[in-house]
Each structure stands twice: as structure tokens, then as C-alpha cells.
Design a protein around this ligand. Sequence first.
Ligand code: IMP
Length: 192
Amino acid sequence: MMNNIVFATNNENKLREAREILSPLGIEVISQREAGADCDPEENGIDFAENALIKARAVYEIVKCPVIADDSGLCVDALDGRPGVFSARYAPKGQECTKLLSEMKDIPDDKRGAYFKCTIAYIDSDGYFTVSGKCVGKIDYEEHGTNGFGYDPIFIYGDKTLAEMSAEDKNKISHRGNALQRLYDELKKKGE
Ligand code: IMP
């Protein structure tokens, strides 16, 4: 199995989580910046998989070695799946939780279900594949915890928000953790 993968992202949090999960499995994750791939393609796909492929292809064209890209977001039941693929653009950075809490303020407990989804695209000289992971929970009434990023302080899994969990505990149950584990399983099969 190959040991180095370039992660097509400029998001330090995604990079950190991928490293936390893949390094112990013997895969070194190199950032797009470290690999010298300076690009930020328009994410105009209709779903997570299309957007992940757009990002992975753009970097693969430059580095020509194994690349992964992650497209992820939060889908809220009461908002018909919004913000979904638009999660990164839903509100100015740092204001996503406040905005979502205000949209959800009159939604009762039993209708606050939501899930995170993460699709990872992998490309190398043989072609590409995608894997996905999901994390099902609900939206809190206020922010709790300071770990993680994005919507973590308002997403409840079990009896805690993701921002109240350690990185290690979040990685065990998160959409990205699940998708990265599936990626590893596919790469292992491919290498056998
Ligand atoms: P994109 O995949 O770069 O389009 O951005 C996905 C957006 O979804 C991020 O900017 C976050 O706002 C949100 N998101 C994705 N994964 C997580 C997570 O693990 N925790 C909290 N927010 C997330």
C-alpha cells in the first residue's frame, strides 16, 4: 500500500483529523500546500461526491501522485437537508452556529434531527473512487464546548456535542472518521 497521500484541502481542521486517523495506520498525509499545489477550484457540483472529485482532480493534475479530497457538510431534517453542500458558505466564518440556532429556535425537540456527511474522493494513476461516512445526531439549543470546528458546538451525538468530545472520541464516530476508515479499507484491498 502507498504511504503518502496529498490531501487537497486548505482546511487545517480537516487536515488534522485526517492525520490523526491515517498516521497510526501508516499513511502520511501531505497538505496541498506542502505539495506545492496552489489551487482553489470552484465547488459547483450538485452533491458531496461531485465536489470532492472536483477538488481531488484539480490537485491531481498538478501533483500526479495519489490525492484525496473531502467534501462534507451538515444536513438538517427540519430544513429539508440544508445547509448540506452549502455548509461552508451558509454564513460568514465563525457565525454558522449562531445563524443555524436562530433558524432552529422554534423547532421542537423531536424535529431537531440532523446528520453530517463526508465524501472522500481518491485519485491515482489507476483512476478514482469515492467513499462516504455519516454521523447522525441532533441540533442543540445553544453552543456547548470549544473543541473541533464549524458546527461542532451545536451538533449533539449521544449526550454531548462534538465540541465537547476529545479529538480521539470525535474521530471514532464522526462522518470524516468513518469515511477515512473506509478509504483505508479500500486502499488495503487495492494494495493486496
Ligand atoms: P467543504 O467540505 O470545504 O465544502 O466545507 C464543509 C463545511 O461543513 C465546513 O466548512 C464546516 O462548516 C462543515 N463541516 C464539515 N465537517 C465538519 C465537522 O466535522 N464539524 C463541524 N463542521 C463540519
